[in-house]
Ligand binder design. Structure first.
Ligand code: IVH
Length: 679
C-alpha cells in the first residue's frame, strides 16, 4: 500500500512540478487552474495519510514553515559582487575601452544585455538536483539563510531538472544566482488587497519583494506573489559552461525562469540601442528595471578581466534615470474642481525625476494624505512613473525636525471661503458654493472642452483671464463678449479676438447633447447627455422633468436623476440657461438625432481603464456601444483602442504598450465618434 502511495506521490510531484513550470516560468499552461488544483489536492491527501513520505521538495511544501527566531548566516563560496554603474553612453564606451586595454588585443567581443530587475539578489544551491539552500547577498561574503522563504516562491524549482524530458544530467552541485522580484500586476493586486484589509500598501515592487523575502515567518512569504529570474551560475560541479549565454540556456533547460528580454549582441552600438529602447519602454515591462546589465559573454575572458574592489571588470550596469527621489514638501495646496471637489496637491522643492524637473505632485485625496501622515516641511519620497502625474509616496519620518506641520482637512473653500461639506465615510470634500470663482473657471473650461461645446482657443488660461477681468461669470457671458472687450486684454490682438469670437459663434449650433454635457451636471457625461437629448429634444423639456420621470428612462439611475433635478432647481442655473437661449445658443433640436447608418465605431474593440474626466466607465462603454463599437475587459491582439483615464490599471497600460495598441483619452474618443479617423 505504502509502495503504491509512494509511487503515486512521486508521479504527482513530477506532473505538478512540470505544470507549475509551464505556468509560472514559461507563462504557457497546458492544463486549467482547476485541474492543477485537483492534482495538488490529491497529493496533499496522500501526504496526509503518509506523513513519512513528505519531503522538503514536495510542491505542497510551498506554504511556508514555522517562524524562525532569526536568520542563520551563510558564507558564499563565491562572493556575490556588486556592479559598477554607468549613467550614460559615454560611460559604457569608457568601460569597453578599459576592457579592451586589459585584454590587450582586438578579439571580437560579444555582449549579453540583461534588464537589471529591481528586486533582491539571491543565491540558490541545488545538491543532486534538490534545492537545499537559498541565501541573500548580505554584504557579498556572508548572507542570510532564507531557504524556507525561497521554497515558497512558485517559480523556484524545488528539484532540477524540472522536465526529465530534457534528458539533462543532474549537476552534482550548482549555485544559481538571480533576482527575486514582484511582477507589477501582482504588486498592484497585492496593494489593493492590503488597502482593503487596512494595511499600509507597499511603496514599490522592490520594497514589497525585499520585505517579503526577509520574513522570519515563511507562511507570510508564501502569500506574497514573488518570482525569480535566474541570471547567472555562481558555480557548477558536473557541467561545463563556456559563455554567459550558455549559462542562461543551461539554467533555462534546468527549469529555472530566465528573463526572455535578455539579448546577445556582437557590437556595443546594438547594446546601446537596446539600453535606449528599454529605457523608453520601461513602463511596458511587467517588472521594475532600473537599468541594463551588460556582460562580456565569454566566461574565460570574464576570468581574465577579474574583479576589482567589489565589482567585476567584465560587467557594467547602465542605469536608467531614477524615478523615485526625495525632496522637501514646501506646502500642501488645495485645488477646486468643476463640481466643487477639493483635492490636495504638494508644492515641492524642485527635483529632477526621470529626466524632468518636478515642482508639484499629486496627493490624491485628504484621506490618503492623513493616513500617510504627510506634513508640510517633510522630506518626502516622490515618484514618477512614465507619463503619469508625479506622486508623493510617503514622508521620511526619520528626517523630521519636529517643525513639520500636519495638514488638516479644510473647513472652507480656498477659492471662495465658503464652508465645505464632507459626507461621512466619503473621501471627497466639496465646496457647494456655485458662485465659487475656482469652480466657475473649471465649469467654463469644461463647457469649452472638446467633449462638450468644443470652443477652440478657449483654454484654462484664457478662461482665467476672463473671470479675473470680470468679463465672464458663467458660460452664458461668453456669448456676450465683444471684440472691443477682447482686444483690451493682454495678448489679444485683433486676429486672435476674431478667431475666438468665430469659435464661440460656431459653438452656438452644436447638438443638444453637447450643451447638456457642457452644463457640467454632476454624473452627467456625454453618454447620459445623449440619452437625455434623445428623450427630451430640448433643454426646456428637460428642465421640467421630475426625478420620477427621469428614472423611467433607461440608463438614468436615481442618483443622476436627483443630481439633474437639483441642478435645474437652482435659480441661477435656470437664469443662465435663459441667457444662453437669448444669446443664440441652440437649446433644442427639431427631431431626434437619427442613428447614423454607418456607425463610426463599427467593428472596433475597446478596453477602458482609469477614471475618465466626464463620464463613468459604464457611460463610456454604452457610448462606444451605441456607436457600433465593442468593449472588452482585457487588452489583446484584437483590441483596437485602449481608452485611458486617470490612474489607469498598470497591467492594461502595459499590455497596450506591449501589443502596440493605440491609446485614446476621452477627447480622442470624442474625435473618433465624430468620425475623425486619427484622433
Ligand atoms: S549580475 C557580477 N545580472 O544588480 C555581477 N545582476 O549590483 C553580479 N541584478 O542586486 C550581478 N539583474 O541582483 C546581474 N541580470 C542581472 C541582474 C543583476 C539585477 C542586481 C543584482 C544585484 C545588483 C548588482
Amino acid at each position: 500500500m505504502t509502495a503504491d502511495a509512494a509511487e503515486r506521490i512521486a508521479e504527482l510531484r513530477r506532473v505538478i512540478q512540470y505544470h507549475a513550470h509551464r505556468y509560472y516560468a514559461l507563462d504557457d499552461p497546458e492544463i486549467s487552474d482547476a485541474e492543477y488544483d485537483a492534482l495538488i489536492h490529491e497529493l496533499r491527501e496522500l501526504e496526509a495519510q503518509h506523513p513519512e513520505l513528505v519531503t522538503p521538495d514536495s510542491p505542497t511544501q510551498r506554504v511556508g514553515a514555522e517562524p524562525l527566531p532569526e536568520f542563520n548566516r551563510v558564507e558564499h563560496p563565491v562572493p556575490m559582487t556588486s556592479l559598477a554603474d554607468a549613467f550614460d553612453e559615454d560611460a559604457v564606451r569608457e568601460w569597453l575601452a578599459r576592457v579592451r586595454r586589459l585584454l590587450g588585443d582586438d578579439t571580437p567581443l560579444q555582449f549579453v544585455a540583461e534588464p537589471k530587475v529591481d528586486g533582491l539578489a539571491v543565491a540558490l544551491t541545488y545538491e543532486n538536483g534538490v534545492l537545499v539552500r537559498g541565501a541573500t547577498r548580505g554584504d557579498g561574503r556572508v548572507g542570510e539563510d532564507i531557504t524556507a522563504n525561497v521554497r515558497t516562491i512558485r517559480n523556484v524549482p524545488l528539484r532540477i531538472p524540472v522536465d526529465p524530458g530534457e534528458s539533462l544530467e543532474t549537476p552534482e552541485r550548482i549555485e544559481v544566482r538571480g533576482e527575486i522580484y514582484m511582477p507589477r500586476d501582482l504588486f498592484d493586486q497585492l496593494n489593493e488587497e492590503r488597502v482593503e484589509e487596512g494595511h499600509e500598501p507597499f511603496a514599490n515592487p522592490r520594497n514589497a519583494a525585499a520585505g517579503s523575502v526577509r520574513q522570519l515567518d515563511s507562511r507570510v512569504t508564501a502569500r506574497r506573489p514573488l518570482r525569480l529570474y535566474a541570471y547567472a551560475v555562481g558555480y557548477v560541479e558536473g557541467h561545463r559552461l563556456a559563455t554567459q549565454w550558455d549559462s542562461l540556456a543551461y539554467l533555462s533547460a534546468l527549469g529555472l525562469a530566465v528573463n526572455s528580454d535578455i539579448h546577445l549582441f556582437d557590437d556595443i552600438d546594438q547594446v546601446l540601442d537596446y539600453c535606449q529602447e528599454w529605457m523608453d519602454d520601461r513602463e511596458g515591462l511587467n517588472y521594475e528595471a532600473d537599468g541594463v546589465v551588460i556582460k562580456i559573454n565569454d566566461l574565460a575572458l570574464q576570468e581574465r578581466l577579474g574583479v576589482v574592489g567589489n565589482s567585476p571588470r567584465w560587467a557594467v550596469a547602465f542605469k536608467f534615470p531614477a524615478r523615485e527621489s526625495t525632496t522637501r514638501l514646501q506646502s500642501i495646496e488645495v485645488n477646486v474642481g468643476r463640481t466643487g471637489v477639493l483635492t490636495p496637491y504638494a508644492v515641492l522643492e524642485p527635483v529632477r525625476l526621470g529626466g524632468v524637473e518636478i515642482r508639484q505632485a499629486s496627493l490624491h485625496n485628504f484621506e490618503d494624505l492623513l493616513r500617510k501622515d504627510i506634513r508640510e516641511g517633510d522630506i518626502v519620497v516622490v515618484r514618477r512613473a512614465g507619463d503619469v502625474i508625479p506622486q508623493v509616496l510617503k514622508p521620511v519620518e526619520e528626517l523630521r525636525s519636529g517643525d513639520e506641520q500636519a495638514p488638516s482637512i479644510p473647513t472652507t473653500c480656498p477659492s471662495c471661503g465658503e464652508p465645505v461639506s464632507q459626507e461621512p465615510d466619503v473621501v471627497a470634500v466639496y465646496c457647494d458654493n456655485a458662485q465659487c470663482p475656482a469652480q466657475r473657471i473649471r465649469r467654463i473650461e469644461h463647457w469649452a472642452s472638446r467633449g462638450a461645446l468644443d470652443v477652440e482657443g478657449l483654454g484654462i488660461r484664457v478662461t482665467h483671464m476672463f473671470v479675473d477681468a470680470g468679463l465672464v461669470r458663467d458660460v452664458a457671458d461668453l456669448y456676450a463678449l465683444t471684440k472691443e472687450q477682447l482686444v483690451a486684454l493682454e495678448g489679444f490682438q485683433e486676429k486672435r479676438a476674431q478667431n475666438l469670437l468665430r469659435a464661440l459663434d460656431a459653438s452656438r449650433e452644436r447638438p443638444l447633447w453637447r450643451v447638456i454635457t457642457g452644463l457640467g451636471i454632476r454624473g452627467v457625461g456625454s453618454q447620459v447627455a445623449q440619452i437625455l437629448a434623445n428623450h427630451y429634444h430640448s433643454l426646456n423639456a428637460l428642465i421640467k422633468a421630475g426625478a420620477d420621470d427621469l428614472v423611467e428612462i433607461e440608463g438614468i439611475g436615481p442618483i443622476i436623476a436627483d443630481s439633474i433635478v437639483a441642478f435645474f432647481e437652482q435659480p441661477h442655473n435656470r437664469e443662465m440657461i435663459e441667457r444662453l437661449g437669448e444669446r443664440g445658443v441652440r437649446l433644442a433640436e427639431e427631431a431626434p438625432i437619427q442613428e447614423p447608418v454607418e456607425k463610426p465605431l463599427d467593428g472596433l474593440t475597446f478596453v477602458i481603464t482609469g477614471t475618465l474626466p466626464s463620464m463613468t466607465r459604464d457611460e463610456a462603454a454604452s457610448l462606444i456601444e451605441s456607436h457600433g463599437g465593442r468593449v472588452t475587459g482585457s487588452v489583446s491582439g484584437n483590441t483596437d483602442y485602449v481608452l485611458v483615464g486617470e490612474k489607469p490599471g498598470a497591467s492594461k497600460t502595459r499590455q497596450a504598450k506591449k501589443l502596440d495598441v493605440p491609446t485614446l483619452d476621452e477627447d480622442g474618443l470624442m474625435a473618433l465618434l465624430e468620425g475623425q479617423a486619427n484622433p
